[in-house]
Design a protein around this ligand. Sequence first.
Ligand code: F6P
Length: 320
Amino acid sequence: MKRIGVLTSGGDTPGMNAAIRSVFKTGVDMDMQVMGIYHGYKGLIEGRVDYLGHADVESKMHKGGTILRTARSEEFKTKEGQKRALNVLRAYGIEGLIVIGGDGSFRGADVLSGYGIPVVGIPGTIDNDMGYTDFTIGFDTAVNNVMNEIYKIRDTMRAHDRVGVIEVMGHRCGDIALWAGISGAADLILVPERPMPWAEAADMLAANKLRGQLTSIVMIAEGAGKAEDFCKFVRENTDVEIKATVLGYIQRGGNPSAFDRVLAAKFGQRAVELLADNNGGRAVGISKNSIIDVSLTEAVETKDRFDDKLYDLNTIMAKF
Ligand code: F6P
């Protein structure tokens, strides 16, 4: 394979640039030309393709976001859009494609590889909601971003004897809330995987107050509800003073952690190696600290796993 393309798709995630760098460097080392496709599948359909150079990948490697930009494309979901994308790949002589993104992006990659183009997926999403891999690029950075905010919020909550509720991203997955909650010593973690009636949660906070624990930190994953709604419920049913913070996009920005950069480097290398072997239709991942690859179909069909033991550990550690 002499010429390959790389694109980023869906929500951006810290570490995407590190993955692009690894794809480029590994490709060049194998005498390949590496083309950047800008704005995800949307840009692929529109032919936004350009050569990548060493300077492109070096300058932003330590930054969040993606030098290739990203987008979500409705047109690519149609047969017409897919045909246009294939025509662009043929026109540029791109023989293999690497897609960096989440499960929606992988579904697109699976469709493209069904047309006979070798495509390899690299999991990049802060949500960590892809069951076939232990970690996705960006999750570790997002967890660290949230953890750092928890301590700031705790300071001001403690000063006022308040409960702080922190809403975090994750789509339908509670991993960011769980990992940030454990590392930030949260008292309660509300996630969609372990639904807890809000009345039970409110009773717990009221009981904490009665015992003299006036400040608590509650993590709520966006998939489990809105922080403001939860606060309203607690105010209506208890005498607990409670305030909501929605962390929003600060979770997804900023420089990637060392873990995410290393993971991105390893994923990029394996993805290019697979294309060099003409081994398309694959998704790279990490399992038990080893880099793995599975079929794209398996990657999108594997149900996400939740770490129940870690969740239960937090319940134990939150006891006071
Ligand atoms: O998938 C990543 C993610 O940040 C989710 O956690 C969140 O629900 C969603 O993207 C937000 O999407 P958008 O950038 O379109 O607002």
